[in-house]
Design a protein around this ligand. Structure first.
Ligand code: SF4
Length: 336
């Protein structure tokens, strides 16, 4: 059932479980994830690689190869539609028309043998019944919207003739071709240098306002989250461990994993100091520890943490974290 009919809720993921069955034990890549994206909101899903962020996005888009992936549970609603109940043809229609995706590395998504004019034009023609001339004009406008200078002159360029930042702008232009309600951006600035990254983030923020879209932004980088997020979900080992407004996450984090991520973020105050690095690594999805999945790396771990999987504890205004130890002890209560 649609969880909030007639609301501004655009996307709702409920208790999503995606497992991979190969040789050996089942890999529980996503193991009960809940999150929501509201219209015109930028929601960041943050966590180290291997935490299940990208698998969650692929499940929303219906792009998981099944098998080996198995949707082991949960529901996804987009604007009231249950995505797991949609016929494949409707899902294809929705994908690209109302939900578009921007990937990390444009060189693997853009076709090297076609010009960017052809590729953006193709995206326009797939979604709109327009003449070739109208498609050309719309392509020029889209390239202009994403900040490509003198777009008429760039139409005949091939992807290798553009810089990394320009290629990512072209990918965003293709995503915008259908005027989607939601853009899912998976680490779109990771391969770019810091200045270009900041330009792309500013572009996404402007487009979100101008086009009234929502953005689900997937990243491992809290610096990016600080620049763009309205609401944040912190994922660890296939589950959400903390969620709240960007302000709550940055000033009042209440989960040791979020706190550790923040401690490892370079800031002006930490200039010249050695940055904190979280010991160990994210456990393999087939070998997740019992109890709290973060316990082998957690500086606040107690014996009870190894036994029970923690529930969420409520800190008000939509801010909650899965850590009973900090909730009871009050550690982290003081604003960071
Ligand atoms: Fe750390 Fe225990 Fe809290 Fe898990 S439940 S985050 S191990 S203190």
């Amino acid at each position: 059932m649609n969880p909030e009919p007639h609301s501004d809720l655009l996307l709702s993921v409920k208790n999503l479980k995606v497992h991979f069955q190969g040789v050996g034990p089942v890999a529980k890549a996503v193991n009960g994830v809940d999150f929501k994206v509201r219209r015109r909101q930028t929601v960041c899903i943050v966590g180290e690689s291997g935490c299940g962020k990208t698998v969650t996005a692929l499940a929303i888009l219906g792009l998981l190869k099944q098998p080996p992936a198995v949707i082991a549970g949960g529901e996804i609603f987009f604007d009231g539609l249950s995505l797991f109940d949609l016929p494949a043809s409707q899902m294809r229609n929705l994908r690209g028309k109302r939900i578009a995706m921007v990937f990390q590395e444009p060189m693997t998504s853009l076709n090297p043998v076609f010009t960017i004019g052809d590729q953006v034009g193709e995206a326009v023609l797939v979604h709109e019944e327009v003449s070739d001339d109208q498609a050309r004009r719309r392509t020029i406008q889209l390239l202009y919207d994403v900040g490509i200078v003198e777009p008429e002159k760039r139409l005949n360029d091939y992807p290798h003739q553009l810089s990394g930042g320009q290629r990512q702008r072209v990918m965003i232009a293709m995503a915008l071709a259908c005027e989607p309600d939601l853009i899912i951006a998976d680490e779109p600035t990771t391969a770019l240098d810091v200045t270009v990254q900041a330009q792309i983030l500013r572009l996404l923020k402007r487009l979100k306002q101008d086009k009234e879209m929502a953005i689900q932004y997937i990243t491992h980088d809290l610096g990016v989250v600080a620049a763009i997020a309205d609401h944040v979900y912190v994922m660890y080992a296939g589950v959400v461990v903390e969620q709240g407004s960007a302000d709550a996450i940055f000033s009042k984090a209440r989960h040791p994993y979020t706190m550790a991520l923040l401690d490892s973020l370079p800031t002006k105050e930490k200039r010249g100091q050695r940055l904190y690095s979280i010991p160990g690594s994210v456990p393999h999805p087939a070998y997740r520890p019992l109890g709290c999945p973060f316990h082998p790396r957690c500086r606040y771990c107690e014996p009870s943490c190894e036994k029970a999987f923690p529930d969420f504890f409520d800190y008000g205004k939509g801010h909650e974290a899965r850590c009973p130890v900090l909730y009871k002890s009050g550690v982290g209560e003081k604003d960071r």
